[in-house]
Design a protein around this ligand. Structure first.
Ligand SMILES: [Mn+2]
Length: 219
């Protein structure tokens, strides 16, 4: 059985898009799926997205990368951090779908467990995966969080990482819906919540799947 390595870009509450892609991909226990972060906020069904991801983790090898949106939420939940930034960046929609009533323990235990399991980066073969970007001159394990989760590619695309591996990232939305591929860096954030597409890419074959927020596939 072929072992596939599939990356999925920023989901942002677009559960129908995620489920449509997973139906097409039909992941098995021999596949690895790397989700690039920003599962929640902005889109309509962050709770449903986390439900789907928890379920996905039971039938395939799921590697979840932490996005800046999950970072903002966890900062509020675990450390009593300021909620103002998170709410401004789409946290309101997330609280709404979880039925937030003023109590900060609104997440089901399985959802909190999933969010707490997310990592800063993942390396597989000739690729590494982060949410946003990287410093090309710094080993992956020494990267600053600002570069991994917050840096926007609109400020410039980093040169190839010193490891020689190809970076696969999300975070910087390509509003036209197309994948950004600069050779040493591939960005799969194709703006699903805003009217673009949710993108999945199999890294060995470069096969691509895309679905919009209504769950309609792009040919
Ligand atoms: Mn992001």
């Amino acid at each position: 059985m072929t072992q596939r390595l599939i990356a999925i870009g920023d989901i942002h509450g677009c559960r129908k898009a995620l489920d449509a892609l997973l139906d097409e991909i039909n992941p098995t226990s021999s596949d690895t799926i790397v989700t690039l972060g920003d599962y929640i906020d902005r889109g309509p069904d962050s709770r449903g997205v986390i439900d789907s991801l928890v379920d996905l983790g039971e039938r395939t090898k799921l590697v979840g990368v932490l996005g800046n949106h999950e970072e903002m939420m966890l900062e509020v939940l675990h450390h009593g951090g300021s909620h103002q930034g998170w709410l401004r960046y789409g946290g309101v929609e997330t609280l709404d779908i979880y039925g937030f009533d003023g109590d900060l323990d609104f997440l089901p235990p399985s959802h909190l467990q999933f969010l707490d399991s997310l990592g800063d980066f993942y390396v597989a073969g000739d690729y590494f995966f982060t949410h946003a970007a990287y410093d090309p001159d710094v080993p992956l394990e020494d990267q600053e969080i600002e570069m991994l989760r917050w840096y926007s590619l609109t400020n410039g695309i980093p040169t190839q990482h010193q490891s020689g591996k190809t970076a696969v990232v999300g975070h910087t939305a390509n509003r036209g819906g197309d994948i950004l591929d600069s050779g040493h860096l591939i960005c799969l954030d194709t703006y699903c919540y805003g009217g673009g597409w949710l993108t999945a890419m199999e890294m060995n074959t470069r096969q691509v799947w895309q679905a919009n927020k209504n769950g309609e596939l792009r040919a």
